[in-house]
Design a protein around this ligand. Structure first.
Ligand code: SF4
Length: 692
């Protein structure tokens, strides 16, 4: 039960994957004082603006407080019975693959575990995907290809010890501010060099030694060019690669042609002298962390871009050593926890894939009556299947795909067409929940009780400090009640999140002979009190420090990845649309939109345009302009910015129908995905701009 007024509760931030610890002190009914938790290793007391203003977001404005069937309030029993019956009936008539869950990095690990178990072990389908697919699934695929397991081989402490930090496709100053503060502190303390690789000159570039404004989508060419140059200089760590890395045949020969400095500079549209400075800086600082985020992942070649970065680190032995690692930094509070329990349609549980022995092992552990034997539909394909009538019952948990998925207009049409849609959420009315047949009120941050894992593999507790309002219930409770009503009572007999945690921890170590880095067996027998008191801990120790990787050979794998052909601008769509976040907003603003102080930073959705492009179109700062793409159209206010590359525009992802008639970036993005990860390419959509 939540702590009382005046008692400080240590919990974890509701927002990004930095995973900052928060000390929350309730000061009244639905009022709380927030400060950073000095004892949390992720932030050591620091918070960014979003975390600092969390106290303004815990009111009940807009909350969904009761189960709803259509527009009528219903009892929990009636709503849960209906959900269980409709899912059971649909499965009986059309098979297990006719139903799906679409979940979220906002869920706690325990919520994720129960939903994954129900779908993959009991319903018998792997049609459970998560909005993390939009965030970092290319990093997952890249890790699996290179390391044999989805392991981030870095920690924030590596940023303290690095001599060079390279940020690729990351506006860290806005999107992961506490990590950025840590990098700046290292710069002040020990002169750490900082390079930013990003088509846009963002606020992150202001504190950097170098900014490489590369052509969007040319990341593989840049990393291949760097590796070719290092090889030419004799700077490949052959002692490391000979012992610890599988290098594919023809790899170096492939790099030897077409990857010289001049060709690479031309492909990336960079000044060769600038590129050389980066290469030389990289060569001079073996302790390098390359931190990458959505600019790398959200691409139709995202997985290759991830592997191009990892290739450089493997070739130079910059991995498994203090201050040296490729570092995927995640967007959401529990993107990593979801990965650990198999929240993605392409993974099973405990970092396993769908290899037959893994399916059998998890099936034994769960005593599963109907194990999924193959990956399910990834997010974009899943919603396409809904639109085509192949998915007939859908449960969306804690996410707003009618705004956030690419081609959001088609997603809305699919939701409208789906015979049965359940939405469990904190918020009563979202662009998604207006399509729901049943809405189930979920627990919010400050009420939830469980764990999250941040970008550096640190597991932290989210603890409640407020009572559940109305009839809201934790997500794990809602899922297990539906599972029990579907007939699986004993397998879902959970009464406390600690029971779920213990089961998840046991599964990570179940009959795996220590073959996975993710192994939580030392946390599998903790009592409820110890679970409640659990201090943040990082699993996996210092991965790969012994030079061993969780592949069959024990070696990491370099991959031969090539630069995709970059399209010239199209006549009707002469610009390229890039998308991203604002400093003080989060996702679809359902929480940050409640904090008035956060709105001051950017009060409305802006399209950032290079002054030369604006002049050619007769646009001035502050004008309203229509952004159109092959997918759709929406209106934004123009902001001139010489941080934009000419020919490229930028819009934010946050605005929804609930708050605005314009600024709808999701309507503009194409549903094109990376072939390995299924992650959509949000960062380069052909677009046109015109005065309204
Ligand atoms: Fe929260 Fe991320 Fe800000 Fe930390 S950096 S306070 S986790 S939003």
């Amino acid at each position: 039960s939540p702590e009382g007024e005046g008692r400080t509760v240590r919990t974890t931030c509701a927002y990004c994957g930095v995973g900052c610890g928060i000390a929350a002190t309730p000061t009244g009914a639905r009022e709380v004082a927030i400060r950073g938790d000095d004892a949390h290793p992720a932030n050591r007391g620091s918070l960014c603006s979003k975390g600092t203003h969390l106290g303004e977001t815990v009111g009940l404005s807009g909350r969904l407080l009761h189960p709803m069937i259509g527009e009528r309030r219903a009892s929990w029993d009636k709503a849960l019975d209906l959900v269980a019956k409709r899912f059971k009936d649909t499965i009986a008539r059309h098979g297990p693959d006719s139903v799906a869950f679409y979940v979220s990095g906002q869920l706690l690990t325990e919520d994720y575990y129960v939903a994954n178990k129900l779908m993959k072990g009991f319903i018998g389908s792997a049609n459970i995907d998560t909005n993390s697919r939009l965030c970092m699934s290319s990093a997952v695929a890249g890790h699996n290809r290179a390391f044999g397991e989805d392991v981030v081989p870095a920690s924030y402490a590596d940023l303290d010890e690095a001599d060079l930090v390279v940020l690729v496709g990351s506006n860290t100053a806005w999107c992961h501010p506490v990590v950025y503060q840590r990098i700046q502190a290292a710069r002040a303390a020990r002169g750490t060099r900082l390079v930013v690789i990003d088509p846009r000159r963002t606020e992150t570039c202001e504190g950097a030694d170098l900014h490489l404004p590369l052509r969007p989508g040319s990341d593989v060419a840049l990393m291949n060019g760097l590796l070719a140059w290092l090889a030419e200089q004799g700077l490949v760590d052959t002692a490391f690669t000979d012992r610890h890395v599988e290098v594919p045949e023809g790899f170096w020969e492939h790099l030897a042609t077409g990857h010289d400095l001049w060709t690479t500079a031309a492909t990336c549209d960079l000044d060769p002298a600038l590129l050389r400075r980066f290469y030389e800086m990289f060569a001079a600082h073996p302790r390098t962390v390359t931190l990458f985020s959505q600019g790398v992942n959200q691409s139709i070649r995202g997985t290759d871009q991830v592997n191009a970065i990892i290739n450089v680190h493997l070739a130079t032995g910059r991995i498994g050593r203090p201050g040296a690692a490729p570092f995927s930094i995640t967007g959401q509070p529990n993107a990593m926890g979801g990965r650990e329990v198999g929240g993605l349609a392409s993974t099973l549980a405990a970092h396993m894939d769908f290899a037959p022995d893994n399916v059998a092992r998890v099936g034994r552990f769960w005593a599963a009556p109907a194990m999924a034997t193959k990956p399910g539909l990834k997010a974009v394909d899943l919603f396409r299947a809904i639109g085509e009538g192949r998915i007939k019952a859908l449960w969306i948990m804690a996410t707003n795909p009618a705004v956030s998925l690419p081609d959001a207009g088609t997603v809305r049409a699919a939701l409208e067409k789906c015979p049965f849609v359940v939405v469990s959420d904190v918020v009563a009315n979202t662009d998604t929940s207006v399509h729901a047949d049943v809405r189930l009120p979920a627990a919010a941050w400050g009420e939830k009780d469980g764990t999250v894992t941040n970008s550096e593999r640190t597991v932290s507790r989210q603890r409640p400090f407020m009572a559940l309002p109305g009839e809201a219930r934790p997500d794990w409770w809602i899922v297990k009640e539906v599972a029990r009503r579907m007939g699986w009572r004993s397998a879902f007999a959970y009464d406390h999140p600690a029971e779920i945690w213990r089961e998840h921890a046991r599964l990570t170590a179940y009959q795996n002979e220590g073959s996975r880095v993710l192994d939580l067996h030392d946390k599998a027998a903790i009592g409820n009190a110890a679970y409640d008191a659990m201090e943040p801990f990082r699993w996996g120790g210092a991965p790969f420090a012994d030079g061993r990787f969780p592949t069959p050979s024990g070696r990491a794998r370099m991959l031969r990845v090539g630069q995709m052909e970059l399209q010239a601008p199209l006549a009707d769509w002469p610009l390229t649309l890039n998308t991203g976040r604002y400093r003080d907003q989060w996702h679809t603003m359902t929480r940050t939109g409640l904090a008035p102080k956060l709105a001051r930073h950017r009060e409305e959705p802006l399209v950032e345009v290079h002054p030369a492009d604006a002049a050619a179109l007769g646009l001035a700062d502050g004008d309203l302009a229509s952004v159109s793409t092959p997918q759709g159209q929406s209106t934004f206010r123009v902001m001139l910015s010489d941080g934009q590359r000419p020919g490229e525009i930028f819009t934010p992802i946050h605005w929804t129908d609930q708050v605005s008639t314009g600024g709808r970036t999701g309507l503009l993005s194409r549903p094109l995905v990376d072939p390995h990860s299924g992650q959509p390419g949000f960062k380069s959509t052909p677009a046109a701009l015109a005065r309204v």
